[in-house]
Design a protein around this ligand. Structure first.
Ligand SMILES: *Cc1c(COP(=O)(O)O)cnc(C)c1O
Length: 409
């Protein structure tokens, strides 16, 4: 019947450059944080325009470190979005603070009007998430932060390579205190597991460095250098969040290919946009107007009132056609653990809860072939046609201008 081999939702793009660098690292005798991690941090600063970058072993670690180093803790409230991965909220709880959810706007990103409505005298920080790789309205968020003296920590797990207002997310022009990136296996740039936190604040950088490695002060090392390099002092209750050179070896080469990855993702997204443009049953991701989308995710929205099928069945239909799909995200208030605070009236997020049943993320990654992309586009159109409540679905033919390479040139 169906001869199409299964197309996974996501596949990392690793080639000999990463493999050779990992092998060289293994042969070098230095496996943990060392010269390759320092190089990765340096080159990440060059790529994003960041003043400082600290490599860590996950985005979760980066967010936790930033909150801890900024002194956010018990009695403080931190405002974030309900349309995110649980890690964004877990770290707020890890430092003993209270998560407060603001609703999302039409683009799926946190809504600044909703943020302002949730600010209380206890509010200490805002954690916006650049959903799918589309930048949040940072100017509005920075204005609020200034007006109410709040910290801003960006969850940029989807946003390595995203641009906002002429700058890379994480750049030195950012008015955020810290920006946290993820190099998890499914992200635009991967080290298997890994992360980075950028900041323009040298004091904050140094506090995060100490907290990232057991609370050990390297200053003591320098101070007592003449006594030999065995000496260190623990000056805080730190964590174990450093990135190893094995992982940085992968990251160095991923970073060099990132512009190519994003270009390919953008072309694939543009292809989907054209393939689905004349289907009223689908609402497509909105184009970014003040920056560059990194296209970490292609999150479709089903217009359920025009379909005889719900989202779960839509995903089953995709799977029957050997296509992997996913949902980003199950809203925070729907998780049992978060219910105790997230269902409180002052955390209401009706826009997010209304959007959730409509969300389907399609495969989008550089190694997906043009024929796989065309197959997915045709399959989605097929499913829409099969389950459409309304008039016949208009036809679509990919022409010369709608091949992946022909788009966006
Ligand atoms: C992936 C992800 C994280 C967590 O990243 P890790 O590197 O796995 O810790 C945090 N926030 C969002 C929005 C994510 O998608």
């Amino acid at each position: 019947m169906n001869q199409q081999p299964f197309i996974p939702f996501n596949k990392p793009e690793i080639d000999d450059a990463e493999i050779d660098e990992v092998v060289d690292t293994l042969r070098s005798g230095w496996l943990t944080t060392g010269v390759r991690t320092a190089q990765f941090e340096r080159e990440f600063c060059q790529y994003t325009g960041a003043r400082h970058a600290l490599a860590v072993n996950s985005c979760t670690a980066a967010l936790h470190l930033a909150l801890a180093a900024l002194g956010v803790g018990p009695g403080d409230e931190v405002i974030t979005t309900p349309l995110t991965f649980c890690a964004t909220v877990n770290v707020i709880l890890h430092v003993g603070a209270t998560p407060v959810l603001a609703d999302i706007g039409p683009d799926g990103n946190i809504d600044s009007l909703s943020i302002e409505a949730r600010i209380t005298p206890r509010t200490k920080a805002i954690i916006p998430v650049h959903f799918a790789g589309a930048p949040c309205d940072m100017n509005a968020i920075w204005s609020l932060a200034k007006k109410y003296s709040l910290f801003v920590i960006e969850d940029a797990a989807h946003a390595v390579g995203t641009h906002y207002d002429g700058q890379s997310i994480g750049s030195r022009e950012s008015r955020s205190d810290a920006v946290a990136f993820s190099f998890y296996a499914t992200k635009n740039l991967t080290t298997g597991e890994g992360g980075m936190v950028t900041t323009s604040d040298e004091l904050l950088l140094n506090r995060m460095k100490v907290l990232a490695l057991h609370g050990i002060s390297k200053d003591a090392w320098n101070r007592y250098h003449e006594e030999g390099n065995w000496y260190y002092e623990v000056v805080d209750n730190g964590f174990k969040y450093n990135l190893s050179d094995i992982q940085s070896a992968i990251g160095i080469h991923q970073l060099r290919k990132l512009e190519r990855f994003i270009d390919r993702r953008a072309r694939q997204a543009a292809f989907y946009q054209q393939a689905f443009a004349n289907l009223e049953q689908l609402e497509l991701p909105a184009p970014v107007t003040n920056g560059r989308h990194s296209w970490h995710l292609y999150a479709l929205r089903l217009n359920l009132e025009l379909l005889n099928i719900d989202r779960s069945h839509f995903i089953v239909e995709l799977r029957n056609r050997h296509i992997g799909a996913s949902v980003h995200f199950i809203p925070i208030p729907l998780h049992p653990f978060f219910k105790r605070f997230a269902n409180l009236a002052h955390n209401a997020c009706p826009n997010c809860l209304k959007l959730y049943p409509r969300l389907v993320s399609l495969p989008l990654y550089p190694s997906m072939t043009d024929s796989e992309l065309l197959y997915i586009a045709n399959s989605v159109r097929d499913i829409v046609k099969k389950f459409s409540k309304t008039a016949p679905v208009p036809s679509w033919q990919p022409g010369v201008t709608t091949t992946v390479e022909g788009i966006a040139q």
